[in-house]
Structure formats: C-alpha cells, structure tokens
Design a protein around this ligand. Structure first.
Ligand code: NAI
Ligand code: MG
Length: 327
C-alpha cells in the first residue's frame, strides 16, 4: 500500500532540513508518495494567509505529514496543522548521543504531552484595562485518552516499564487533580506502574539526575516547557524530533524553528528532522527502517561529519550524505 506523505517545508532552515530528510526517506526505497504543501511567512506575504486551505486539507488527508518550521507565523501554522491531524499527544524524545557535547550525557527521556487543552486551549479574555484572564481546560476524556496511549507506549516497548505523571495538583486541585486522577486511574486499570512528581520539583530533579526518569506524561504547558529544558540537557535544538499523533493521522516536526541566523547558508543540522522522519516511519509500521535511520544518525553524530552547532564544519548536505551512506 502506498503511503501518502504531506511535505511542508515552511520558512528558513525548514527549506534545507526537510529536503535532507526526504533524501534519507527516498534512500530506503519504500512505497511512499510525497506531496508538497506551502505554509509560513513567505506564503502569508504572497497570499495573506499563512496556512492555505489546500495545505490544511493535504495534512488532514495524508497518512502522515512532515513539517519543517514557520517563522513569525508559527502559531498560525502549527496550531491549525496539529488540529488538522487531530493530534491528542505530542511525543518528544530527549536523548543525548555519543559524540555530542551534552550537559547531562546520561539523559534519555520521552515526554508524552497532552496536545489539545490546558492553558493552550485559547480561552483568553481582556476584562478591563487592568485585567486579563485565561481559562484552563482539562477534561477526564482527554486525560484518559493520553493515559491509554502512554500505557500502550510502555507496553509495546521492552525499554520502558511504567511512566512518571508530572503535574501540579497540589495547587491546581481541580484541573490538574482531574488530569492526575484520569491518568493514574487508567494506569491502575491497565496494571502499568506510575509515580507522581510535582512539576516544579521535576524541573530540579531532571537537571540534577535525569536517569531517575524515563517516560513522562504531563499536561500541555508543562510538557512544552519541561521538554525544552530537557533539550538543553542533551546538547541543543538541532537534535530533537517530535511527533503529533492523532487517531487516523499524524504530523512529525523538529522541535526547532526557522533559525533565521543561519538560514540560507546550508549549514543547518538535519538530525532533528531526519529523526522526526524516523518517528514517521515507525508510525507507519516501518519499525525496522525507523531503527536503521536512527542508527545511521547515531553513527554520524559519533564519528562526524558534524554541522557547526555540534562543533564541526560540515554542511547540511555533507552530513545528510554521510547519514545516507551509513544507511
Ligand atoms: P530556533 O529554533 O529557530 O533557533 C534557536 C537557535 O538554535 C538559533 O541560534 C539557531 O541557529 C539554532 N538552531 C535551531 N535549529 C538548528 C539546526 N537544525 N541546526 C543548527 N542550529 C539550529 O528558535 P528561535 O530563534 O526562537 O525562533 C526563530 C523563528 O522560528 C521565530 O520566527 C519563531 O517563531 C519560529 N519558530 C517556529 C517553530 C515551529 O514552526 N514549530 C518552533 C520554534 C520557533
Ligand atoms: Mg515550545
């Protein structure tokens, strides 16, 4: 069966790292069909719209989407795109690789972040010249759905045997209380081990000793902030992939943005996007090929050639060619 992949480069280094990832996918010679869509600052300047309807529809209908990054219009592009694929969980691995200088080289974490509600559900109001409010939305159904996914995730892998639930239910008793009860309740029913960590304490503990954690299940904002913190522990943004998973569809993207300071120079690190493509392969059922891609990236990170952000002097193309060769 042919899988249709929507490919949205976006702006800046999105136009350099997405072609690199496509080179790697094409080298595997699988039954994938790539269909390109446009989005981002340049499209908005041309047409007035950062995310044209045909790009939204393309992502909604494809088997999976590979997205680069958008610049100033990022929120107008990525939030609707995550909605187009109806994604209820954002998977963000943060893993240190041999050969890459990391603050905590022993870090190997996976964040499973609730991706639809919390403080990102868009209910903000200005009530007076002096007062603005935000409504935090938490449902039992979304919390339980995330927990079911997390239980499947740890059950399907020999590497994981439970997860940590990170929340702040001691203060946000109703919203995070509901989140905690939903997640822990499902884990208990499924016989999956959990431990609970308050999110502020987690921030300190993960910096001091990341090895005490493995899979982390958390609300939307906490997952956004704490996974970026973990990115700092493993040596930077050029390495971090992510997946937004829905019931019938999914979108894969590097955690980084358009890197305007280096865009156009051909020196961006393609690893985060190539690792996102590896997650895409795994999602489509190509788990062996996914592992091969990750192994090839690992080998090149260890031995070079490496891009400038990793202390090397290779171009995006040189590093990508080395990854294709390692495959
Ligand atoms: P950024 O991730 O684009 O860049 C931060 C720093 O990391 C820069 O010094 C950059 O050169 C470096 N960097 C990032 N990715 C790299 C890579 N693959 N190789 C080598 N170096 C890399 O974040 P920043 O500067 O905060 O945002 C720049 C633009 O990107 C903004 O317009 C922002 O709105 C947008 N953005 C878009 C996102 C998305 O579309 N999902 C996510 C984050 C930011
Ligand atoms: Mg973020």
């Amino acid at each position: 069966m042919t899988h249709q992949i929507a490919v949205i480069e976006g702006d800046g280094i999105g136009q350099e790292v997405i072609p690199a990832a496509i080179d790697v996918l094409e080298a595997l010679d699988l039954d994938l069909e790539f269909v390109e869509g446009e989005a981002g600052d340049a499209v908005k300047a041309d047409t007035g719209e950062a995310l044209p309807e045909e790009t939204y529809d393309l992502a909604a209908e494809a088997d999976a989407t590979l997205f680069g990054a958008a610049g100033e219009t990022a929120a107008d592009v990525i939030l609707p795109l995550r909605d187009a694929v109806d994604s209820f969980v954002n998977i963000r691995p943060a893993k240190a690789y041999p050969g890459v200088e990391a603050v905590r080289p022993e870090t190997d974490l996976v964040f499973l972040r609730e991706n639809t509600e919390g403080v990102y559900s868009g209910h903000e109001d200005d009530l007076s010249d002096d007062l603005s409010t935000l409504t935090r939305v938490v449902t039992t159904s979304a919390s339980e759905k995330l927990a079911e996914f997390a239980c499947d995730y740890v059950d399907d892998s020999d590497a994981h045997d439970g997860f940590s639930v990170v929340h702040k239910a001691n203060v946000m008793r109703k919203t995070d209380g509901r989140f905690r009860d939903g997640v822990v309740g499902v884990a208990e029913d499924r016989g999956v081990d959990t431990d609970e960590v308050l999110m502020d304490a987690f921030a300190t503990r993960v910096c001091l000793d990341p090895e005490q954690f493995d899979v982390i299940v958390c609300p939307n904002l906490a997952g956004d902030v704490l996974s970026d913190l973990a990115a700092g522990l493993v040596g930077g943004l050029g390495l971090l992939p992510s997946a937004n998973i829905g019931d019938d569809n999914a979108l894969f993207e590097p955690v980084h943005g358009t890197a305007p300071d280096i865009a156009g120079e051909g020196i961006a690190n393609p690893s985060a996007t190539i690792l996102s493509a590896a997650m895409l392969l795994d999602h489509l059922g190509y788990s062996e090929e996914s592992q091969q891609v990750e192994t090839a990236v690992e080998a090149v990170l260890a031995e070079g050639p490496r891009t400038g952000d990793l202390g090397g002097d290779a171009s995006t193309d040189e590093m990508t060619d080395a990854i294709v060769d390692a495959l």
